[in-house]
Design a protein around this ligand. Structure first.
Ligand code: C5P
Length: 230
């Protein structure tokens, strides 16, 4: 079982590689999102893998089924560990995203993005979704499970109801992790310990770790805190 920590390398190519060299692949997995991918391309993934890290490619595919299917197919060539698509792309798109992974021996974990952790109920209403936020996350997660995905990205606030509805095998990945008060764009946040205690399989840590004085020490401290959970 890999570390429950996923570090979001939301940096440019050079900065990301410099930081990764200071981290231990036993302590964390690395997330390559749109900022780093558009700066470093597929090459950066191969370099990070060479350092021994599992890579979560966070490009949140959301397109017509055929395009998403082909994009997932291309991911297989990169040997990534985890990737994601937007659950709101609909059942047909979700099914199409699973097809390239069928019958593969070493297949990446396929995760659906439910409602971004930077959104709250007011922001949902602005884009025409009148449903209560928790119910929206639950119905999108059920859609992902029904269509063969391995898990979802959700906020720590939704973990308990999702565990009840979707069982213990479904993988829950939780961003929006803050040690204290959120000071930026994350609206649905929780501490590392609270998220793991609620039942998250993986927590995503970005700015709090990558811009801290000593990211490696910060990671070790978080692991130490998590290890004390009964
Ligand atoms: O810096 P911070 O800890 O807020 O970074 C969170 C990371 O998780 C970012 O890379 C962001 O793109 C990603 N993410 C998220 N909410 C989601 C899915 C991914 O914040 N629902």
């Amino acid at each position: 079982m890999s570390s429950p920590l996923i570090i979001a390398l939301d940096l440019n190519n050079k900065e990301a590689l410099k930081l990764a060299k200071k981290l231990d692949p036993k302590d964390c997995n690395l997330k390559v999102g749109s900022q780093l991918f558009t700066s470093g391309g597929p090459e950066i993934i191969l370099k990070l893998k060479d350092l021994g890290f599992n890579i979560f490619l966070d490009l949140k595919f959301h397109d017509i089924p055929n395009t998403v299917n082909q994009a997932v197919r291309s991911c297989l060539d990169l040997g990534i560990w985890m990737l994601n698509v937007h659950a709101s792309g609909g059942a047909e798109m979700l099914q199409a995203s699973t097809l390239p992974l069928k019958d593969k021996k070493q297949k990446p974990i396929l995760i659906g993005v439910t409602v971004l952790t930077s959104l709250d109920e007011a922001s949902l209403e602005e884009v025409g979704i009148k449903k209560n936020l928790k119910n929206q996350v639950i119905s999108l997660s059920k859609l992902c499970q029904k269509n063969g995905l391995d898990g979802v990205v959700c906020s720590a606030k939704e973990i308990k109801p999702l565990r009840r509805e979707l069982g213990n095998e479904f993988i829950l990945v939780t961003p929006g992790i803050r040690k204290n008060q959120s000071v930026d764009d994350q609206k649905r946040f929780a501490t590392p310990v609270a998220a793991i205690e609620s039942g998250a399989d993986y927590i995503v840590l970005g700015r709090e770790v990558i811009f801290s004085k000593d990211p490696s020490l910060e990671i070790k401290e978080i692991l130490e805190d998590i290890s004390k959970i009964n």
